[in-house]
Design a binder for this molecule. Structure first.
Ligand code: ATP
Length: 295
């Protein structure tokens, strides 16, 4: 009986391993599926990032032709600057981030980096130039080290640790019994939203791309965590061109420019102080958030 039990038990483990690999593959295919919406133009050259000047010009877009989402959106992010996008839920903020990463092609207008239209360059070169810190980071069922090194396959342990240190997650990792060999993901150590976002920041630091997209988590972080993530974000985006999708206005105060979106349109644009002084939509949102915080 025991002779039969051991192979069966082994098979059970194998089955779980394979099933898990399939779940990971499934996630990969879901991502690839998205990429299938766009194709490289025949003979497309690689994107050459010289300074990292991002420009949206009169961009219109619909996921489904019967429901336009963006209507003539224009703004630009000068090299090395941070532009924040704010606005109510459903305004089209995350859609801008997806378009910059070219998950979808736009219906009209132009999106360019250093004068090169996204549609005209290879997707691989575009995506290697952009780092994304998403709202909800997907962690692989693997070690902490693997999950961070994913930003730059082949990175050494020392490089992974340096990135984790800069993302302020090194202390947390070191405190676990297996440190960087700790398994994370569905079967391993569960990380909080803030910790996951720090893993994504460490990944992005390793990748070191010239352009960054940061999609701020909608879930409420406690204010100490929020301040810490914001400080890390500032460190990561130093000298890089960054598009920040912000849900908390406290994040955007220092941005070079704030783009206020409503129902797929830019309704206001400018730096924080200028928008406050204008007493328009942004000033109203600011007052509301301030009174919400006080309450
Ligand atoms: P939030 O602050 O809630 O994240 P958002 O401003 O980022 O909102 P988007 O995610 O850009 O909003 O969505 C804009 C609109 O596009 C919404 O009405 C949404 O329902 C729609 N939308 C988003 N993704 C898709 C999709 N894959 N297919 C069809 N419609 C979509």
């Amino acid at each position: 009986m025991i002779q039969l039990y051991i192979p069966l038990n082994f098979l059970g483990v194998m089955y779980r391993e394979i099933k898990q690999s399939l779940t990971d593959l499934d996630k990969m295919f879901t991502l690839l599926e998205k990429n299938r919406e766009v194709d490289d133009a025949p003979g497309a050259p690689a994107l050459q990032v010289r300074e990292g000047h991002v420009r949206f010009e009169n961009v219109s877009f619909a996921y489904d032709p019967s429901r336009p989402i963006l209507h003539g959106v224009s703004f630009e992010i000068p090299p090395g600057k941070t532009v924040a996008v704010v606005g109510p839920s459903g305004a089209g903020k995350s859609t801008l981030a997806r378009l910059l990463y070219r998950f979808y092609d736009i219906d009209s207008g132009h999106i360019s980096i250093d004068g090169q239209e996204l549609r005209s360059v290879t997707q691989a070169s575009l995506r290697s130039a952009i780092g994304i810190v998403p709202q909800d980071t997907v962690l692989f069922n693997d070690t902490v080290e693997y999950n961070i090194a994913y930003g730059r396959p082949g990175a050494t342990r020392a490089e992974v640790e340096a990135a984790a240190q800069a993302a302020h997650i090194h202390g947390f990792i070191s405190a676990t019994p297996k440190g960087y060999d700790t398994m994370v993901g569905e079967r391993g150590l569960k990380l909080s939203g803030g910790e996951k976002q720090r893993v994504a920041i460490a990944r992005t630091l390793l990748k070191n791309p010239p352009i960054l997209i940061f999609d701020e988590a909608t879930s409420a972080l406690d204010s100490a965590n929020e301040r810490a993530i914001q400080a890390e974000l500032r460190a990561v985006s130093q000298g890089k061109t960054a598009l920040v999708i912000a849900h908390r206005l406290s994040t955007v105060v220092d941005a070079h420019e704030i783009v206020v979106m409503e129902a797929g349109r830019v309704v206001e644009r400018g730096p924080h102080a200028e928008l406050l002084a204008r007493g328009g939509r942004y000033a109203q949102m600011w007052r509301l958030q301030q009174s919400g915080q006080e309450a």
